[in-house]
Ligand binder design. Structure first.
Ligand code: BGC
Length: 990
C-alpha cells in the first residue's frame, strides 16, 4: 500500500513538472517589439522565460528566422543559457524586407518548451542606392524673417491591389507628413536630433492603411527645428544650413508582386499655409485663416502652388532611426484657472511638464489667442518668465471664425506648469484646455515607493525630470533658450535613468553622436555640438566612458562597448596628451558645478573643490572604465597599457593632493566622495577619509554641499563605508541644500539649483534657474540600488546575476522597487513589522541572485513561514549583519527578527544635568532634554548631542562638537569631556 502511494505521488509530481513548462514571451529585436526600419546588419534577439516554478533556467535554444516563405536562418539547437542580445548570423538581410522569427527553449527541467509566438522585424533601406527620392526645397522665395512652414504635395494613383506601403521620410529641419489627409505615424519632432552633417536619421512607417486604390495625395509640412532654427543660447541660427528640405520615398507592393515608388522629385509642388512661424525656443504661430483645406487630399487644386527645387545633399549620412521616437504621453487638465495680482489670466496644470497645450476656442476670424508658458509664479503670485531668458515660449493662434476650432503646435515644445492666456474669446473653461506631455517613447521600467511621502514625491520629481528632458537627446533643461545635450548632466543622471525607463536605445543613439562630434578624442560640452569647438571639461567629457559602461551594466549588452571603444580610448588618450607628469592640470573645467556657496562666507564654508583635483579623479575613472571595457572585449594589449597608466594617474594624484596625514587639499564633500568612489586612495586610508566625509556632512548640520559632480556618488560612498545613517540624514534633510527642500517648496520636478526658490519665495538668479533639470535627481540610483538594494553583479551584467542588499534605516518602515529587466520583472521590498523585517523578492527566470537578508543568523530567517533548509534555499555566508542567500528565479517572502539597534536602548535623560567647569572662560555645560532630544548648551551655543554608533557614552553634534561622558563606580553619569568651539574642557556633574 505504502509503495502504491509513493508511485502515485511520483506520477502526480511528474505530471505537474510536465505541465509547468516555461513560457517564452516578450520577443525583442534590437530591444524593440516588432520594429520596422532597421539598418543593422546583425540585429540582436532577446526573449524572456516565464515560469511559475522556482529556479527556472534555460539550457538551450533554437532560433528560426524566415522571410515569410522560406527559412532564412536556422542554425539549430544551441546549448546555451543566453537569452538576451543574441545576434542574427545568417545570410545578408535584404533592404525593405520583413522577417519573422521564433525561438524554442529547453529549460533545466529537461522539457522542451513550446515555441514562442512569432515576432517580426522589417529592414530599412540598407544601401544609398536604394534611395530613389531626391531632396526637394520650396520653389518660392521664403520670407527670411518669419520663415513660415513650407508645405509640399504630390498626387499619385495606385491601380492594383495593394499589399503593403512603406514610407521612408526625413528632412533638413522637422517634418510632419500626411497621406490622404491623415497623419503618418504618431511620432513628433521627427527626424529627431543628431549630428546632422554626419548622421541624419530617417523614419520608416507602415502606411498600408493610408494608401488606397485609385487617387492618393501626399502632403508634408516642414519647420526650421534644430537644423536652422535658433539654437544654443547665442542667438545662433542656420546651424546646419539656411535651407530646409524634404526627402520622401514611398514603396508600394502590389498583390501581383510588383512594386512602385513614389518619391520626392521635380513634379512636387510647394507653398505655405497655416503655420506662419515655428521655432523651438519661441513657439509657433498658426493662422487658421490661411489653412489650405484639403491640401493633402487628392483632387486639391494646387495650380497656384510653386514648383520645388531639387537639390543635392549627401545620401551617405542617412541612417535608420534606432531609438524610440518622441510621442505624446500623459495629459493634464487645469487644476486652477485664476487671475494673478497683475490681472493676467493663468491656468495651472499642477505638474511641471514638457510638451504643449491643446486648446479649443470659438470666436471671430482674426481673434488672436496668445499662450505663454511659465514654470513658476513669483512671490506675489504673478506669472514669471524671466528664467526662460531669451526663449519666448509663446504660441499664437489666429482664428478663422465660424465654429469651434482646435489648436496645438507642431514643431516646438515648452517646459511649463502654468500658461497665461491672452485674447481668448470668452471665459476660460477647463474643458477647453489640455496639457500634453511629449517625450521619447522609452518603456517605463522602474517603480520605487517607500513609507515616506516626501521621498515618494522626490521619486516622482526625478521621473518627471527624466520625462521632460529625454526628448530625442538628453537635454539639460526644456524651457529656456538652451535645451542642449549637455554631456555632464547626462552622464551624472544616466544610471538613475536606466532604472526609471529603458534608455538603452536612447543612449546608444546619442553616444554615436558623441563619437561623431569628438575632435581628436576631445569631447565637446554639448552633443550634438552646436556651441562649436571642443574642450574636454572633467566630468562632462567623461560621458564618453561613463554612459557606455553604465548602459553595459544596466542592459548587459557588450555591443555598446564594442561600438564606443574607439571613442572611449580616444578620449582617454586626448587627456593623456594634456597631462604634466601624469597630472591632468591643464585647460578649462566647469568643476563641481553649482556646489554650495553661502553668501556671507567669512569662515570658508563655500564648498570649493580644486578643479584639477576633480579632473584627476575623472581621468582615473575614465581610464578604469576603459580598462574594464578592454577586459570585457579581450583587448589584451590595452589591458596592460591602461593598468600601468591608471597606477601612474593615482600616484600622481596622491603626491599632489593628499597630505601625509591623509587629508585632501580640498576638504570638501565632493573631494572625498570622488576620491573614495573612484578608489583614488590606498585601502588603509579609505576608512579615515570616509570619516572625514561623514564629519564634514555633520559640520554642515547634516547638509550636502556637493554640486553636479559630487552629488551622484555622495550617498553611495557613505553607504559603502558604513555611514548609512548619514546618507539617510542627507536624504531626509528638509532644509536647503537638500533633495527634500524643493519638495517641501512644492516642486514637481528636479530643480537646477538646490535653492531655485528661496525660503522667502524669492528666486535664484534668473540667468541660471531652471525648474526642470535632472542632474540632482541622480540620488534615484542610490534609492534603487542601496535603499531597496536592487543591483547587478559585474559577472552577470544586465541583472543576469542579481545582488539584492537593502540598507534599512532613516526611520523608514518600508521601501520597495521593481525593475523590468530584459529577463523579466525583478523586484524587492522590505517592511518593518513590529518586531520583524519582511522582505519580498521576485527574481526573473534564467537569472540568479544573492539576497542579503538583514539578520544575525540563518536559522532566524523564514521563507513563506518555513525554515530556509526546508525550502531548499542555500545560505552562502554572513557579513555586516546580513545573511546571504543564493536564489534562483521565483518569488520569495522572507521574515527575520528585527535586529536590535545598538543605540535604540540608550536612555538619553540619564546624561541630562549641569556640569561645572573649573578655570577658564566656560563655567558651565548644561545638558538637557528637549522634545525627546539631548541638547548641550555651552556659552550661549546649543546643539543636539547624537550618540556615536556602537560607542557607549559618546556623542557628537552637527557642528562637529564631541561629548564623552564618564560614570562613577555606581554606573551613574558623573563627568563630561567636551570638544566644542575649538576648545576642550571637562565638567563635573553637580
Ligand atoms: C547647463 C548645465 C550645464 C552647464 C555647464 C548650463 O547652462 O544648464 O546644466 O551642465 O551649463 O556648466
Amino acid at each position: 500500500m505504502k509503495k502504491n502511494i509513493g508511485i502515485l505521488v511520483c506520477v502526480l509530481t511528474l505530471s505537474f513538472v510536465a505541465a509547468a513548462r516555461v513560457k517564452i514571451q516578450n520577443l525583442l529585436t534590437e530591444n524593440l517589439t516588432n520594429p520596422i526600419g532597421l539598418d543593422i546588419k546583425q540585429p540582436q534577439f532577446s526573449w524572456q522565460l516565464a515560469s511559475d516554478k522556482r529556479n527556472a533556467a534555460q539550457t538551450a535554444y533554437e532560433i528560426k528566422v524566415s522571410d515569410g516563405k522560406s527559412a532564412v536562418w536556422s542554425p539549430g539547437k544551441v546549448n546555451s543559457s543566453e537569452s538576451v542580445h543574441i545576434p542574427y548570423n545568417g545570410p545578408a538581410l535584404q533592404s525593405g524586407k520583413k522577417y519573422t522569427w521564433q525561438v524554442r527553449v529547453w529549460d533545466n527541467n529537461g522539457k522542451e518548451a513550446e515555441s514562442s509566438a512569432p515576432a517580426f522585424f522589417q529592414m530599412a533601406l540598407l544601401n544609398a542606392s536604394d534611395w530613389k527620392a531626391k531632396w526637394i526645397e520650396p520653389g518660392y522665395t521664403e520670407d527670411s524673417i518669419m520663415r513660415p512652414s513650407p508645405m509640399f504635395r504630390k498626387e499619385f494613383t495606385a491601380n492594383k491591389k495593394i499589399v503593403s506601403a512603406i514610407a521612408y521620410i526625413t528632412a533638413h529641419g522637422l517634418y510632419e507628413a500626411q497621406i490622404n489627409g491623415k497623419r503618418v505615424g504618431d511620432a513628433y519632432l521627427t527626424p529627431g536630433w543628431t549630428s546632422y552633417k554626419k548622421r541624419l536619421q530617417y523614419q520608416t512607417y507602415d502606411v498600408t492603411g493610408l494608401v488606397k486604390n485609385g487617387s492618393n495625395a501626399i502632403g508634408v509640412t516642414l519647420a526650421s527645428g534644430w537644423y536652422r532654427g535658433t539654437i544654443g543660447f547665442t542667438n545662433n541660427i542656420n546651424m546646419y544650413g539656411k535651407d530646409i528640405a524634404l526627402l520622401f520615398q514611398l514603396t508600394i507592393t502590389y498583390s501581383d508582386g510588383s512594386t512602385e515608388s513614389v518619391v520626392s522629385d521635380e513634379p512636387w509642388r510647394s507653398s505655405t499655409g497655416a503655420i506662419r512661424y515655428s521655432e523651438i525656443y519661441n513657439g509657433e504661430t498658426i493662422n487658421a485663416g490661411m489653412d489650405k483645406a484639403g491640401w493633402s487630399l487628392p483632387g486639391y487644386n494646387d495650380t497656384k502652388w510653386s514648383r520645388v527645387k531639387v537639390v543635392n545633399h549627401p545620401m551617405n549620412v542617412l541612417l535608420a532611426t534606432s531609438n524610440e521616437p518622441v510621442r505624446k504621453h500623459e495629459t493634464f487638465k487645469p487644476v486652477r484657472i485664476f487671475k494673478t495680482p497683475k490681472g493676467e489670466q493663468v491656468i495651472d496644470f499642477g505638474q511641471n511638464l514638457v510638451g504643449w497645450v491643446v486648446l479649443k476656442a470659438k470666436g471671430k476670424a482674426g481673434d488672436t489667442i496668445t499662450v505663454s508658458h511659465a514654470e513658476v509664479l513669483d512671490k506675489q503670485g504673478n506669472f514669471y518668465t524671466t528664467n526662460l531668458r531669451a526663449a519666448k515660449s509663446q504660441d499664437n493662434y489666429i482664428l478663422k471664425g465660424g465654429g469651434e476650432e482646435t489648436f496645438e503646435p507642431h514643431f516646438t515644445w515648452h517646459g511649463f506648469q502654468f500658461v497665461r492666456i491672452e485674447g481668448y474669446p470668452g471665459e476660460l473653461k477647463p474643458e477647453n484646455f489640455t496639457a500634453v506631455a511629449l517625450y521619447s517613447d522609452m518603456k517605463p521600467t522602474g517603480t520605487f515607493t517607500s513609507s515616506n511621502p516626501l521621498v515618494n514625491q522626490l521619486q516622482h520629481n526625478i521621473q518627471w525630470g527624466q520625462k521632460g528632458n529625454f526628448l530625442d537627446v538628453p537635454t539639460d533643461c526644456p524651457q529656456r533658450d538652451e535645451r542642449l545635450g549637455w554631456t555632464g548632466d547626462a552622464q551624472v543622471f544616466s544610471r538613475t535613468a536606466s532604472f526609471n525607463m529603458n534608455v538603452n536605445n536612447f543612449f546608444d543613439k546619442w553616444m554615436k553622436d558623441v563619437t561623431a562630434d569628438q575632435e581628436n578624442g576631445v569631447v565637446p560640452f554639448v552633443i550634438p555640438n552646436v556651441l562649436g569647438g571642443a574642450i574636454s571639461s572633467a566630468g562632462w567629457a567623461d560621458v564618453a566612458t561613463i554612459i557606455p559602461w553604465n548602459m553595459y551594466l544596466a542592459y548587459g549588452d557588450k555591443k555598446i562597448l564594442q561600438d564606443q571603444y574607439a571613442s572611449m580610448k580616444a578620449y582617454v588618450e586626448s587627456i593623456r596628451k594634456n597631462t604634466n607628469n601624469d597630472l591632468w592640470n591643464t585647460g578649462f573645467h566647469f568643476g563641481d558645478w553649482l556646489f554650495y556657496r553661502p553668501e556671507d562666507d567669512n569662515d570658508g564654508r563655500a564648498a570649493v573643490t580644486d578643479k584639477y583635483l576633480i579632473a584627476q579623479c575623472f581621468y582615473a575613472n575614465s581610464t578604469q572604465l576603459l580598462l574594464n571595457a578592454a577586459k570585457v572585449l579581450g583587448k589584451t594589449e590595452d589591458i596592460s597599457n591602461y593598468e600601468n597608466l591608471l597606477q601612474k594617474i593615482k600616484s600622481a594624484y596622491l603626491k599632489e593632493y593628499l597630505t601625509p596625514n591623509g587629508r585632501l587639499v580640498s576638504g570638501t564633500q565632493t573631494a572625498y566622495v570622488l576620491a573614495l568612489n573612484f578608489n583614488m586612495l590606498p585601502e588603509n586610508l579609505r576608512q579615515q577619509a570616509a570619516k572625514r566625509l561623514a564629519d564634514n556632512v555633520k559640520s554642515y548640520g547634516n547638509h550636502l554641499t556637493t554640486g553636479f559632480l559630487g552629488t551622484p556618488y555622495l550617498c553611495h560612498v557613505l553607504t559603502r563605508f558604513g555611514y548609512d545613517d548619514v546618507a539617510y540624514k542627507l536624504l531626509l534633510q528638509e532644509t536647503y541644500p537638500s533633495w527634500l527642500y524643493p519638495v517641501k517648496m512644492g516642486a514637481t520636478t528636479i530643480w537646477e539649483r538646490w535653492d531655485g526658490i528661496k525660503p522667502d519665495s524669492t528666486f535664484e538668479t534668473p540667468s541660471m534657474n531652471s525648474y526642470n533639470h535632472y542632474s540632482y535627481g541622480a540620488i534615484g540610483d542610490w534609492m534603487y540600488r542601496s535603499m531597496v538594494g536592487l543591483d547587478t553583479y559585474e559577472d552577470g551584467v544586465g541583472y543576469r546575476h542579481i545582488k539584492i542588499k537593502p540598507h534599512i534605516g532613516g526611520g523608514f518602515t518600508n521601501a520597495s522597487a521593481a525593475l523590468q529587466t530584459y529577463y523579466g520583472q525583478l523586484s524587492s521590498g522590505w517592511k518593518i513589522d513590529n518586531s520583524r523585517i519582511l522582505m519580498d523578492v521576485e527574481i526573473p527566470a534564467n537569472t540568479t541572485a544573492v539576497v542579503y537578508v538583514p539578520a544575525t543568523a540563518a536559522n532566524t530567517i523564514t521563507e513563506n513561514g518555513g525554515a530556509l533548509a526546508s525550502k531548499g534555499i542555500k545560505v552562502t555566508g554572513a557579513e555586516d549583519g546580513y545573511v546571504m542567500l543564493q536564489l534562483g528565479s521565483g518569488t520569495y517572502h522572507f521574515a527575520a527578527p528585527k535586529p536590535v539597534d545598538a543605540n535604540a536602548t540608550i536612555n538619553l535623560s540619564e546624561y541630562a544635568g549641569k556640569y561645572k567647569v573649573e578655570g577658564g572662560m566656560i563655567k558651565l555645560i548644561e545638558v538637557k532634554m528637549q522634545n525627546g532630544k539631548l541638547i548641550a548648551v555651552v556659552f550661549n551655543n546649543s546643539g543636539e548631542l547624537e550618540p556615536v554608533k556602537n560607542a557607549k557614552d559618546q556623542f557628537t553634534s552637527a557642528d562637529g562638537s564631541t561629548a564623552t561622558f564618564t560614570r562613577d563606580a555606581q554606573g551613574k553619569v558623573s563627568k563630561v569631556k567636551m570638544g566644542a568651539l575649538g576648545m576642550a574642557f571637562e565638567g563635573v556633574r553637580q
